[in-house]
Write a protein that binds this ligand. Structure first.
Ligand SMILES: [Zn+2]
Length: 499
């Protein structure tokens, strides 16, 4: 029986810290579409006789992440060589951290539940192999692009405290929100800046011993993470129930076939022959610097979510969505500080940014895009070819729409007694506009933000905000994270962490 099994998952997440240059050389971190091998030098090409130099910005981002994850920071840390041969790793080793990582023993709290963090450490990325013909075993030739070789990576390793695909996805989402809030990483999955690698095992409920685990590699969307874990749990329980045993191995996820597949038997730490990196000095961190970094952290998403609920009487669902994006939450608070009604403002912002409804005069494009793409088969090779920017923008839209829909659904279930959750944003009445979809009203108590006749002052504020949001929506569509949106100046909001 499937319910007599317990699922145990630990997560390794690789996040690219927000730096201009690579981990150990002065090469710029290449934008995604750069021509291959244009951002390389002697150091990241692994030529003999060169010396690496540690990137302080990467160390700072890693320490901030560790502090935000409640980790202990040992003052003494060092880098190690992890030895293996692969064509995308020209040095024949990766500089990583082994027994003295930058931080240990933290935790991430997700809606009251704690996932312990074992360590957060720094390392460098490898290059990228491109196989003509798409698959390695069918390729007639292969190419290597070393633009990514030496790009800094933080590895965030959790304890096996996660017990379902849902929890794993929530953890990854919470981690991304945290990284963006503190400005440590842009954490865009579609750009490879955030990659999740879950370790999954199952055991009989009540058993003390952990089952044999498999590791899924380089999953780069929340949806794929969820589906891959669900598939892998089903596969492992199937193997065990039929009397077989699970093999410890590394597996990949095939999006096309919606299944995991064996890649290689799992290596042990001994296989890598770790030893201290002789070309880098051990780091002795300054306690004052760490205290300074701790003080520089902004309000973290969990705390902000709770405060938005307490201070503005916002429903959980709205607070979660706003707190998930520091810029949106800043915009919300600035607008309310200028006299706008809280609930209506939240609805407008969420509607505009997440495409949850037609509140800004712009239809819920993100939502439509998400639903359409989800329902229809992917265009075949003969379909119109979309540019990488278009695909990224569509992926962002899909992700936002999914996130919004999920949060609303979840919190509507949880908080229905409150009466005003799950109200689509389009129910807010805009001055001078007919309410759309009012036939679907469930007769719940009147919402704070949707009065029948807004008072004159409220109406003026609403109009002003409506204008802001419309502009905001137009300006930020397709805008890259980290770029300075015009409304920051309009609202006089200054965020500290963005470089
Ligand atoms: Zn370089």
């Amino acid at each position: 029986m499937a319910d007599s099994w317990e699922v145990v998952i630990g997560m390794e997440v690789h996040a690219q810290p927000r730096t201009r240059s690579k981990m150990f050389c002065g090469c710029a971190v290449a934008p995604l579409n750069s021509p291959p091998n244009t951002h390389v030098c002697e150091v990241c090409l692994g030529l003999p006789g060169v010396l690496p130099v540690i990137n302080k910005a990467a160390v700072e981002a890693c320490l901030k992440t560790a502090l935000a994850l409640n980790c202990e920071i040992p003052l003494h840390t060092k880098f190690d060589r992890k030895n293996y041969m692969y064509p995308d790793l020209p040095k024949g080793y990766q500089i990583s951290q082994y027994d003295l990582p930058m931080s240990v023993n933290g935790h991430l709290e997700i809606e009251g539940r704690k996932v312990r963090i074992r360590r957060v450490h720094l390392e460098e990325d490898t290059g990228k192999l491109i196989h003509a013909g798409d698959k390695l075993h069918k390729a007639w030739e292969s190419f290597v692009d070393l633009n990514r070789a030496g790009v800094p990576l933080m590895e965030i390793v959790s304890e096996p405290d996660i017990h379902s695909a849902d929890e794993a996805r929530d953890y990854a989402v919470a981690l991304r929100t945290l990284l963006r809030t503190i400005g440590a990483s842009e954490a865009e999955m579609e750009k490879g800046q955030l990659r999740a690698e879950p370790n999954i095992s199952v055991r009989r409920t009540g058993a003390k011993e952990l089952g044999v685990k498999t590791e899924l590699k380089n999953i780069n969307s929340f949806r794929a993470l969820h589906r891959a874990i669900e598939y892998e749990v089903k596969r492992q329980t199937g193997v065990l129930e039929s009397g077989g045993s699970v093999k410890q191995e590394t597996r990949g996820w095939s999006e096309a076939e919606q299944r995991t597949f064996s890649q290689r038997s799992k290596e042990l730490a001994e296989d890598y022959r770790y030893f201290p990196e002789p070309d880098l000095p051990p780091l002795q961190l300054d306690r004052k610097w760490i205290e300074e970094l701790q003080r520089s952290l902004p309000e973290l998403p969990e705390a902000r979510r709770a405060r938005l609920v307490a201070q503005y009487a916002l429903p959980q669902a709205d607070a979660v969505l706003l707190a998930a994006d520091r810029q949106l939450a800043d915009l919300f608070e600035a607008a309310v500080a200028k006299g706008a009604p809280a609930k209506a403002t939240a609805n407008w912002i969420i509607g505009g940014a997440f495409g949850a409804g037609d509140v800004t005069g712009v239809p819920g494009r993100a939502r439509e895009a998400g639903e359409r793409r989800e329902d229809q088969p992917r265009p075949g090779p003969r379909g119109p070819r979309r540019s990488i920017e278009q695909r990224q923008s569509a992926a962002r839209d899909r992700e936002r729409a999914w996130f919004c829909a999920r949060e609303r659904q979840r919190h509507t279930r949880n908080d229905r007694a409150g009466g005003h959750l799950g109200q689509p944003a389009s129910r807010v009445r805009l001055p001078g506009r007919q309410e759309a979809g009012s036939g679907g009203a469930d007769g719940g108590p009147e919402e704070e933000g949707s009065p029948g006749e807004p008072e004159a002052g409220q109406r003026a504020a609403a109009e002003a905000i409506g204008l802001w949001i419309t502009h905001f929506w137009r300006q930020t569509r397709g805008m890259r994270r980290g770029e300075r949106p015009f409304w920051r100046q309009t609202c006089g909001i200054e965020a500290g962490a963005d470089p």
